[in-house]
Design a protein around this ligand. Sequence first.
Ligand SMILES: Cc1ncc(COP(=O)(O)O)c(C=O)c1O
Length: 398
Amino acid sequence: MFENIPSAPRDAILGLTEAFRSDSRPEKINLSVGVYQDHGGQTPVLEVVREAEQQMAAEWTSKAYLPISGSPDYAKRVQSLLLGADHEAVRGGRVATFQTPGGTGALRVAADFLHAHYPRATVWLSDPTWANHPNIFAAAGVATKTYAYYNPATHGLAADRMLEAIEKIPAGDVILLHACCHNPTGIDPGPDQWQAIVTAVRKQGLLPLLDFAYQGFAEGTEEDAASLRRFCQGDAELVVCSSFSKNFGLYCERVGALSVVSRSMENCQAVQSQVKRAIRTNYSNPPLHGAEIVHRILQDEPWRARWQQELGQMRGRIGDMRRLLVKKLVEQGVQEDYSFINRQRGMFSYTGLSQGQVDQLREQHAVYIVGSGRINVAGINSANVDRLAKAIGAVVAP
Ligand SMILES: Cc1ncc(COP(=O)(O)O)c(C=O)c1O
């Protein structure tokens, strides 16, 4: 049976990580992976998470299954984090939230739901986008196309071209938008640009699907939710795929949520029953551990405040490393203006480095970054920033 199975193409980022591991140069730097790292290069367990886990271990008496949708208490916490306390759509019974295995699980369930009910709809993705987006929708049988997003000349948003593209998308299609901290570019629309996007999406009759994997990594949990709250006004319909992998550091626990905002409570109940079908045939019901950690922390005021503080430290460190890298590049005498790195948000920065420069960085300087020129800013620290700036300076020198 398996004789004629060809090997799948290697995952580009995991392939780089393997190459990094087997690189014997002691000064090597890995900026390719998509996880937060502290000053010592570790991906830490948040202290408040550790405490919640200890409490859980002492109190848990059962590991029985959760409902298909997951924990209702967790869902309530997710809704208030996304939409704010006491949102009209939540009060009106128009929001259905499903606990999912990570943001990826939420995206896959959303894709299965879309495929089952809108088999002819296309999902429009930003160009570029997270590499897994097209694969997730393809695996569910959903067609994807792209809309303009990035302007390499300005290292900023291609706002006009993006709006022009949206105005050509057929009604009934789905548009996926990164709610904040766009991966891979780090470039988000400003408030006025968001408003123009919301208006264009509504006018065009598109279903917005917001991927919200980095809440709290740009400005703060409330500020970062402003984009999706703009979409959730009046009788708007909306899909949100959110994740606690990054903002709670719960990567391996697989904890996220799919939230669907409908026009009426009746619509919401029907949607809920159909999404539950999609989940039942996919993974049946979600894992408890990570979601229970999140729920316990969010419902306890002192713990919640400590989580916000630890999240603020991660956000602050990334901002500091952006500024430090830009400063060091100037000090190295690099001619090009890299100040755009300070305007980007979240964990990633699109540096504008070409594939050739990326290869040179790896081969000659043991600096590993992905082929698109995206770096994980959290991989920078005071011990490696000088070497990094020097290496970039060497490959961009005319
Ligand atoms: C844009 C985007 N969406 C979704 C995800 C998925 O996150 P999770 O690890 O929770 O599945 C990621 C993770 O890197 C991401 O960058």
